[in-house]
Write a protein that binds this ligand. Structure first.
Ligand code: GDP
Ligand code: ZN
Length: 323
């Protein structure tokens, strides 16, 4: 048995790189996929059998995952699906010329839910109306993300701007890159990689609604700095039931809230609200508080809808799902 890591997933068999550096296409052992259908994901550490005279090795065991990136079905019809494992940082990319704060806050919640460090990279700085404009938007985003997350601005036209991103990526660490299609993730990866390694073209496939989705996932080595995995955007990554993610993404607000006069303070009109006091004192960005409110409301609405749906289901006499 040899230990390795899944470094590429496409339409073929998972590609596993062994600790010796060999790359082998692998099948899952029947015992692994029987019943629960456990499949290795990008980043998984696995134990493989390399049978003599076969063209494929066999994944016998998936080792425990340190971190996971999970796609949840908002309707709960499907089980949560792990999309990537064993990474150290999530980078959220958005174009500076077209930042969508609502999307960004969702992406941040999703990123924080994984428990790793988070950074925002604002791309396409050359398309900003002016340098002042770019700086203003970057400041607004810094207000949204909170003090613990790095915000960087890059442009494909200025390869030097990528250096700060590369600095985040220490050797032997893995970074997951998320962001809507078209925000410039591939361009960012190409700049990170430079000419030394060639990023392979994405395999695209049309989903049920005629949209193109990336199906290939690969760990791409960044010279001198760990590796990066390009992931699809939040669309289709339904992040709901993300309360713990909201708490992590807005830990500063949650902390302030402990000093509010009322335990169930909504930080709106209540007297003795420590959160609004922080906004008034300029210690907390009002944009950030707005986001927090918007996400809270949305999460509560979804929860309510879900409970309603489950009431209807049980009234119709469907058996309850056992937990
Ligand atoms: P992805 O879908 O997120 O991987 O995005 P791509 O990297 O494929 O970029 C989408 C489009 O934006 C392409 O046409 C790129 O040439 C363009 N693009 C990416 N980065 C920049 C940039 O820094 N400046 C400008 N002007 N265009 C960019
Ligand atoms: Zn309050």
């Amino acid at each position: 048995m040899v230990e390795g890591q899944v470094v590429k997933l496409d339409r073929g068999f998972p590609l596993v790189r062994t600790q010796e550096g060999d790359e082998l296409r692998c099948k899952h052992a029947t015992a692994l996929v029987k019943g629960e259908k456990v499949r290795a994901v990008i980043g998984d550490k696995v134990l493989i059998d390399v049978p003599e005279g076969h063209d494929k090795a066999i994944i016998a065991e998936i080792l425990p995952r340190d971190t996971v990136f999970v796609r949840k079905d908002p309707t709960e019809r499907a089980l949560p699906q792990v999309l990537a494992a064993n990474f150290d940082r999530v980078i959220v990319a958005q174009p500076i010329s077209d930042v969508n704060m609502r999307r960004l806050e969702r992406e941040l919640v999703l990123a924080h839910e994984t428990g790793v460090e988070v950074a925002v990279v604002l791309t396409k700085a050359d398309l900003a109306a002016s340098d002042e404009d770019a700086e203003r938007i970057a400041e607004e985003v810094r207000g949204l993300v909170g003090a613990n997350d790095t915000v960087l601005v890059v442009s494909a036209e200025e390869p030097e701007s990528i250096a700060a991103v590369r600095e985040l990526m220490a050797p032997k660490t893995t970074t997951v890159l998320i962001g809507k299609s078209g925000v410039g993730k591939s361009s960012l990866v190409n700049l990170l990689v430079g000419d030394e390694v060639q990023a392979t073209a994405e395999v695209r496939e049309v989903d049920g609604k005629g949209r193109h989705t990336t199906v290939s996932r690969e760990m791409i080595d960044v010279p001198g700095g760990g590796c990066v995995v390009d992931m699809p955007g939040v669309r289709g990554l339904g992040l709901w039931d993300a309360e713990s993610g909201i708490e992590a993404a807005f830990s500063d607000i949650e902390e302030l809230a402990e000093q509010c006069k009322f335990r169930d303070c909504r930080h709106e009109e209540e007297p003795g609200c420590a959160v609004r006091r922080a906004v008034e004192a300029g210690e907390l960005s009002p944009v950030r508080l707005d986001s927090y409110h918007a996400l809270r409301t949305e999460t509560a609405e979804i929860k309510e809808r879900r409970e309603e749906a489950s009431r209807i289901r049980s009234r119709r006499g469907h058996p309850r799902r056992r937990t």
